[in-house]
Design a protein around this ligand. Sequence first.
Ligand SMILES: *[C@@H]1O[C@H](CO)[C@@H](O)[C@H](O)[C@H]1NC(C)=O
Ligand SMILES: *[C@@H]1O[C@H](CO)[C@@H](O)[C@H](O)[C@H]1NC(C)=O
Ligand SMILES: *[C@@H]1O[C@H](CO)[C@@H](O)[C@H](O)[C@H]1NC(C)=O
Ligand SMILES: *[C@@H]1O[C@H](CO)[C@@H](O)[C@H](O)[C@H]1NC(C)=O
Ligand SMILES: *[C@@H]1O[C@H](CO)[C@@H](O)[C@H](O)[C@H]1NC(C)=O
Ligand SMILES: *[C@@H]1O[C@H](CO)[C@@H](O)[C@H](O)[C@H]1NC(C)=O
Ligand SMILES: *[C@@H]1O[C@H](CO)[C@@H](O)[C@H](O)[C@H]1NC(C)=O
Ligand SMILES: *[C@@H]1O[C@H](CO)[C@@H](O)[C@H](O)[C@H]1NC(C)=O
Ligand SMILES: *[C@@H]1O[C@H](CO)[C@@H](O)[C@H](O)[C@H]1NC(C)=O
Ligand SMILES: *[C@@H]1O[C@H](CO)[C@@H](O)[C@H](O)[C@H]1NC(C)=O
Ligand SMILES: *[C@@H]1O[C@H](CO)[C@@H](O)[C@H](O)[C@H]1NC(C)=O
Ligand SMILES: *[C@@H]1O[C@H](CO)[C@@H](O)[C@H](O)[C@H]1NC(C)=O
Length: 758
Amino acid sequence: MPLLAYAVVSVTLALSVRAGNWTATPFSPASVPLAVRSPYLSVWLPQGAGNALNDVWPEFWTGQDVSGWSGFAKVDGTAYVWMGAPGVPNTTFTKATQKSLQWTSTQSSFVMTAGPVDLNITFFSPVEPSDLVNQSLPLSYYSISAASNDQNSHKVQVYVDISGEWVTGTRLSAPTINWTTTAGDVITHQVQLTNQVEYSELGDHIQQGAAYHSTLSVPGTTYQTGQDIVVRAEFINNGVLNNTQDTQFRAVNDNWPVFAFAHDFGTVTAATTPVVYSVGHARDPAIQYVTVNNGRMALSSYFWTRYSTMADAIAAFLKDYNNAVARADAFDAQINNDARNISSDYASLVALSIRQTFGAIEITVGKKMDGTLDTSNILTFTKQISSDNTVNTVDVIYPSWPLFLYTNPAIGRSLLLPSLQYQNSGQYPNRWCAHDMGSSYPNATGHNDGLDIQMPVEESGNMLIMALSYTQWTNDMSLLSTYSGLLDQWTQFLVQDSLIPANQVSTDNFAGSLANQTNLAIKGIVGIQAMAEIARLTNDKSKYTNYSTLAASYVQQWQNYAISSSGSHLTLSYGDDASWGLTYNLYADKLLATNVFPSSVYDLQTSWYNGKANTYGVILDTRHTYTKSDWSMWTAATVTSNDVRDQIVSAVVKYASDGQNSNPLSDLYDTDSGKQAMGGNFARPVVGGHLALLALQAAPNITDPNVSSSSTSTGSTASPTGSPSTSSNKSGAPPRWSNAGSVTVLSLLGILCVFLVA
Ligand SMILES: *[C@@H]1O[C@H](CO)[C@@H](O)[C@H](O)[C@H]1NC(C)=O
Ligand SMILES: *[C@@H]1O[C@H](CO)[C@@H](O)[C@H](O)[C@H]1NC(C)=O
Ligand SMILES: *[C@@H]1O[C@H](CO)[C@@H](O)[C@H](O)[C@H]1NC(C)=O
Ligand SMILES: *[C@@H]1O[C@H](CO)[C@@H](O)[C@H](O)[C@H]1NC(C)=O
Ligand SMILES: *[C@@H]1O[C@H](CO)[C@@H](O)[C@H](O)[C@H]1NC(C)=O
Ligand SMILES: *[C@@H]1O[C@H](CO)[C@@H](O)[C@H](O)[C@H]1NC(C)=O
Ligand SMILES: *[C@@H]1O[C@H](CO)[C@@H](O)[C@H](O)[C@H]1NC(C)=O
Ligand SMILES: *[C@@H]1O[C@H](CO)[C@@H](O)[C@H](O)[C@H]1NC(C)=O
Ligand SMILES: *[C@@H]1O[C@H](CO)[C@@H](O)[C@H](O)[C@H]1NC(C)=O
Ligand SMILES: *[C@@H]1O[C@H](CO)[C@@H](O)[C@H](O)[C@H]1NC(C)=O
Ligand SMILES: *[C@@H]1O[C@H](CO)[C@@H](O)[C@H](O)[C@H]1NC(C)=O
Ligand SMILES: *[C@@H]1O[C@H](CO)[C@@H](O)[C@H](O)[C@H]1NC(C)=O
């Protein structure tokens, strides 16, 4: 297809599409993120071919459990439901009509027409990589504004509630909950399990902590707790709530208790200022972490370093709303602007991936001997989600690494630290890098028996590549100075096992194990060269020479093994001429600017992939018809033709927008049917890998890695609070953004222009 035709197709797709009877901009995703901020605050609206906000109930990320969340409005006395699928006996109301859905990296907005009034409901999950307190707050906003759609004035009241399902999945149990409502300048409904179990999950919900539903006590606000059909009927009949509390604590599904607010907008013509709510789920402690001698340490969410009660945190969060929106709009616009330089298709995929990745991480700190929080050791954890429940899986952090590099490498560092600290303590018995920090989130208790899932070349290479790229992007030498012994141990393993990799699984373990995997060898060799660069940065010249000589020699030999006998492509495994796959590990060679693989290899793969995409993408490898969206984007970032790059990107976007799936975006799907494959692999943080092209575009100038060594003696230049200092950041990447205040008028104008053009 000629380039021009391609561009036209992409632009049309990215503007908006019709899903059901409404427009979806940029497209209708498999599931719409509503409140997605942590593994336990993760509520979505499943779409499939298209569900309006009031067609179905919102769901927890598992797609198994309803998260009861309903919305009603009264317009001139007529009641409408605009969210959820509630039935309320003996009342009369009609369904509002969805007019549009629009989403960005942080916000999902619905316009629901309730007779002569349009309601704009915006679900906003902040992504604030440069302020770790903000980022670690497990709270999400939603707001409602109303505007007349017929030029006349109308009386408007709105209603919202959440159910006890927010603290448990009813699929597996219906335990007893209790609740309180606190009414001051902030009104908060707090709901929790009566039987709390620390660090324990049931159906992927945590059996600990509480859910919070809050609003500012502005004039016109009322609240009530009680049975769903009673409280909803109260609003439907009267347009206000009673400011009363039900204190008969009971099971989640016993006369379904709900936690509700109503707001009276009065008489509405032009769009009102929004009424703002927050929903959240918080617990303390958050993570159980292994220490020396198989000890245990309780880690708390990082936001406790600024707030001492949830009430304080919620009040600050609600009062920060206007500024948070301004920061989010700037963040959304910057990402959109940067990603559109690749293509508008690409920008849509990136926007869909941001909340999903950040919603799977938790930023934490431990306590010092005196009981105060130890901010000198920030540790971030990620739950693998859906495919397994492991903690800080190295080959889950690795695919999502481009997102952390692009938004704030300091978060990436804090994701690597648990694994580095644990293995540096000498308790993990294997000579390669461990697969993860524990089998069951949120227990980061290590694997002192060495019996974790074994992906030896995979994880050793991943860790070396991530440690070096963090250093290149920040000039912070702290990882290398503390852990170069451990990194060297893993390199020595790679020296033995990466040119001729033994029969083993890679990160794509669902595809089966195999000896002599070409793509795994690439990772191992880049890993060895990464250690050479690490040695160079730490002024160990002989080690640099040793490892870089070895890597260069491996590349020579590897070409003889890995290229098919016809010379047309790289094989999936040595000698199997008919086999091939996505050689996504070449991305690391580009990201690190190690350039150990010759450009002829990149050119070879580029021409091989040209025209190879099935309807929904290029296969992961010849063993199956499925592919991985994250590795597709990594591969797209390595090809040397923009046309081939766009073929890969557009096919993945076609899958993401095709209306056949209803779980939060799955990274594993069939390239012929466009359906999520193998039942798992949805809602996972690995979609951060969709930022692979963006990270490469934003990468600092690392043509000469030794340029960075000037900062060796200054130690940590990236502040652990996540705001890399610009003054000492000579060749590293500038921070993408610090705070809204630092966004210049000029760049805002640029952003505005992009929107006008769109
Ligand atoms: C879409 O609109 C058409 C015509 O207005 C109507 O007949 C149909 O029922 C609507 N479909 C949905 C799903 O609302
Ligand atoms: C609805 O109204 C009917 C008839 O008055 C009554 O029998 C029933 O109990 C009511 N249901 C509820 C849930 O109020
Ligand atoms: C709905 O409100 C949000 C947040 O204020 C805004 O960004 C969006 O443009 C509004 N949507 C429409 C269609 O007005
Ligand atoms: C609710 O249950 C929790 C956990 O058992 C308990 O700490 C709290 O005091 C209870 N709250 C009320 C209001 O009963
Ligand atoms: C984590 O460990 C605790 C014991 O310390 C246990 O009660 C809990 O069930 C474990 N969590 C998971 C998710 O397995
Ligand atoms: C709410 O107040 C109204 C009017 O005072 C009363 O009729 C109704 O029973 C109350 N509902 C509840 C659930 O307390
Ligand atoms: C979020 O970050 C901004 C800027 O650092 C700060 O002003 C604001 O108070 C933070 N919000 C919360 C709820 O802490
Ligand atoms: C946009 O992409 C081109 C390559 O397609 C690259 O040369 C250029 O630097 C990029 N611009 C920005 C602002 O990143
Ligand atoms: C070079 O690396 C290999 C593999 O780790 C090691 O056996 C050898 O001792 C190293 N040589 C030097 C001079 O460091
Ligand atoms: C792996 O490749 C090497 C080099 O071609 C070959 O000697 C060896 O037999 C292969 N191993 C397997 C299990 O195929
Ligand atoms: C890196 O640069 C420094 C300062 O120019 C120089 O002293 C050092 O030898 C260089 N290191 C290597 C490994 O090239
Ligand atoms: C990148 O660094 C190299 C070597 O230090 C230098 O020659 C080149 O001009 C730099 N490029 C940019 C874009 O700064």
